[in-house]
Design a protein around this ligand. Structure first.
Ligand SMILES: [Zn+2]
Length: 344
């Protein structure tokens, strides 16, 4: 059994169906439910459509600031000091539709620019993102900075299509990536070669991981806060290729850079999330993956898809079985009271 059972709430600003929400929607819920002291609050203070919910002045984000979020941001800091919460402030790193469309988007193997994800090899992306994170660290001393979407996009349907990255979803082939790749491996990055030669494919996948790691080290070195990485380890969805190929995440290398991880425990195949902690192969793989990660770093869980008492029951049972330091529940608003009754 775990040494401690700490719970938290997560506000999922990066979900498509909350596009109209502001950060106040989440904070009002936590105020009314009295989470136990020592729990966690995980709030995205920026979303994937580019909105920034804290009073940033970094020039590159000037058109993306949402002053409606300032109140919620300040309240979250207040609750942290009053209730002793661990506060995690989420900033999606590469998923930003405003800036991707502004010329920073990844480029696929056809040469078409993506309008959602930015390229981690682009110096502007790195410099401007680090400036924003530094500003956040200064505005919220003591809070942890949580980095979701620090990865390459994964859009293939789970278990239904042939495995392998299709050309239109092969990122990134921008000028920075092609130049960096040829400098690193001493031959040009050409899609047809990566599909024909196993070594070229491996080099390209390794290059993507290394690009993420270089940017990650810059962030950890230059931003004065505890930095926490999101990892999407769902074993069913990633059964064949894994996060190494799909996301550009070399877990072993990243565990040398980050001390704390937040791992998704959710699933887009049947049965619906969260996966029950049962004896099926997917659950076993998840247990092994979590164990390996935990041998190097602190692990928190992020439990999704909780929309009724039955799924809350499954999520709660899974959370209790997994040895994680904090279990964050991503709840629909109507489920907050039900969780409060259990936790309280
Ligand atoms: Zn690129």
């Amino acid at each position: 059994m775990p040494a401690s059972r700490r719970y938290g709430l997560a506000w999922h600003a990066h979900r498509d169906n909350v596009a109209g929400k502001t950060i106040d929607d989440f904070v009002m819920m936590t105020a009314s439910m009295a989470m136990p002291k020592g729990g966690g609050m995980l709030i995205d203070v920026k979303d994937v459509s580019g909105r920034v919910f804290f009073p940033a002045t970094t020039p590159a984000f000037a058109g993306q600031i949402e002053p409606d979020g300032y109140g919620g941001f300040s309240e979250a800091l207040h609750y942290r000091s009053v209730h002793g919460y661990d506060l995690f402030l989420g900033v999606p790193v590469l998923h930003d539709t405003v800036r991707a469309r502004g010329g920073l988007g990844m480029v696929n193997a056809f040469g078409h620019r993506d309008d959602t994800y930015m390229c981690p090899a682009n110096p502007r992306v790195r410099i401007e993102t680090i400036a924003l994170l530094q500003e956040l660290a200064a505005l919220a001393p003591g809070a942890k900075i949580f980095l979701p979407f620090f990865r390459y996009p994964y859009r293939r349907a789970p278990r239904t299509t042939a495995q392998g990255i299709p050309k239109h979803q092969a990122y990134c082939f921008c000028e920075h990536c092609r130049e960096g790749f040829s400098g690193r491996f001493e031959y040009p990055l050409i899609w047809e070669r990566t599909t024909r030669e196993p070594q070229a494919f491996h080099d390209w996948i390794a290059w993507r991981c290394e690009t993420i790691e270089v940017f990650a080290r810059e962030i950890v070195k230059q931003v004065p806060a505890e930095i926490v990485l999101e990892v999407d380890l769902c074993p069913k969805r990633h059964y064949f290729d894994g996060v190494f190929i799909d996301n550009g995440h070399n877990i072993h290398a990243l565990a040398e850079i980050f001390r704390t991880f937040v791992v998704h425990v959710f699933d887009r195949s049947d049965p619906f999330a969260p996966v029950e902690h049962a004896s099926d192969m997917a659950s076993d793989l998840m247990t092994v993956a979590l164990g390996r990660l935990r041998s190097k770093a602190k692990v928190h869980l992020l439990l999704w898809g909780i929309t009724n008492e039955a799924t809350l029951e499954r999520a709660y049972a899974y959370a209790d079985a997994a040895e994680a330091d904090i279990r964050f529940f991503v709840l629909d608003a109507e489920m907050v009271e039900a969780l409060a009754r259990r936790v309280g």
